[in-house]
Design a protein around this ligand. Structure first.
Ligand code: FAD
Length: 337
């Protein structure tokens, strides 16, 4: 969210946006980071460029050409095939220096948590994470960021010739489509890349459902689900009927019913879909820290006093074992007609 102040930014910003990708697909959250960069650039009569780091990434770079950037920069090298944080941070810092960036921006994500603090250290830059708002005060940018599981929203300024930020996906819209910008290769000195980390193996989750951080619809289950079969039938079934992703409260992760990778919340994933359906989740503050930026929240809980109803747009007081099969049947009936 951008709150225009009475004045423009005094200093012209030159922003470098880090495009995140996985398995040949651009992560949608990167477009929000580009949206943030566009707003900061506009407020300062500046500009932004997008950097794609990796190997065989031409298609991703091409997809970013209409994002309003001055250029899409491609750092392509064999040694960058896997997102090893020390190498990526090194390349990002090098490119930021070479392009005279005043700010480096990425999406708030696991990838950014790993890579951008390292890049900030190499650049001797201050960093602000989880930015949800931007405003201009006395010609200076001020950043609104969430702290303490969303209980505090701080407004901060960061000083220095170059700063680093991560941006929450739900807070900034992707830039409107623009004319195509140029794509430029940047040279990577592979011999100079750090090699403290070595890629060994990767376990990807089974294809099929989208990732909760990328999906427009997320269906999550809580302690109401008694076992993994019920979780798959009810939570998975509703997610599949809606073409959505699945998520879980920590109660189910702790009980061994769902894998850690599904956990939504303060110590899990932060999601901000268009629709979040909470099935048998009480609405503990640590869970809500991970989903309360959702556009529309729907809760099904048999306890009418459950805190989740306080943040829900629609609530159904019902037993999930009774209501959810009927919901799935109804949705499947509607979509097959
Ligand atoms: P409960 O709180 O037990 O709620 C279950 C709900 O299901 C109840 O509201 C009940 O009314 C309802 N219910 C029961 N049966 C049915 C039924 N048949 N039909 C309909 N409704 C039913 N939690 C997270 O989720 N994510 C985190 O990232 C996270 N991080 C944490 C970090 C810290 C440091 C700490 C201390 C805790 C964290 N927690 C996290 C745990 C959190 O405090 C809660 O314990 C947890 O979210 C509760 O999960 P739940 O809502 O599934 O279970």
């Amino acid at each position: 969210m951008f709150e225009p102040g009475p004045d423009k930014l005094l200093a012209m910003e030159k922003i470098l946006v880090i495009a995140e990708h996985d398995a040949g697909q651009l992560k949608a959250a990167s477009l929000s980071a580009a949206g943030f960069a566009e707003q900061l650039a506009t407020a300062s009569d500046g500009s932004f460029e997008i950097l794609v780091v990796g190997h065989a990434i031409d298609a991703i770079a091409a997809a970013l050409r209409t994002c309003g950037a001055a250029a899409v920069l491609v750092a392509d090298a064999n040694a960058l095939e896997h997102p090893l944080a020390d190498r990526y941070a090194h390349v990002i810092a090098d490119v930021a220096r070479a392009r005279g960036a005043t700010m480096v921006v990425g999406a708030s994500s696991t990838f950014s948590k790993d890579v951008l603090p390292r890049a900030a250290a190499l650049l001797e830059a201050a960093m602000v994470s989880e930015v949800i708002g931007l405003r201009v005060e006395n010609g200076e940018p001020e950043f609104r960021r969430v702290m303490f599981a969303g209980n505090v929203i701080a407004t901060v300024r960061i000083d220095g010739p170059v700063r680093v930020a991560t941006v929450r996906a739900a807070a900034f819209a992707a830039p409107a489509a623009s004319a195509e910008c140029p794509v430029e290769g940047v040279s990577v000195d592979e011999a100079a890349l750090p090699a403290f980390l070595e890629f060994v193996d990767r376990e990807a989750k089974a294809a099929g459902r989208p990732d909760a951080t990328e999906a427009r619809i997320v269906v999550s289950g809580g302690r109401a689900l008694k076992n993994s079969g019920d979780f798959e039938r009810l939570v998975g079934g509703l997610a599949d009927a809606l073409g959505g992703a699945v998520g879980s409260s920590r109660a189910l992760v702790d009980a061994g019913i769902t894998p850690n990778s599904l956990q939504v919340g303060q110590t899990g994933k932060i999601v901000a879909p268009d629709l979040y359906i909470a099935l048998g989740i009480s609405g503990a503050i640590q869970h809500m820290a991970g989903m309360k930026d959702t556009k529309v929240i729907v809760a099904v809980n048999k306890d009418a006093e459950a805190p989740i109803f306080e943040v829900s747009d629609y609530g159904l007081v019902a037993d999930v074992y009774d209501a959810v099969p009927r919901l799935i049947e109804r949705i499947r009936g509607e979509t097959s007609n």
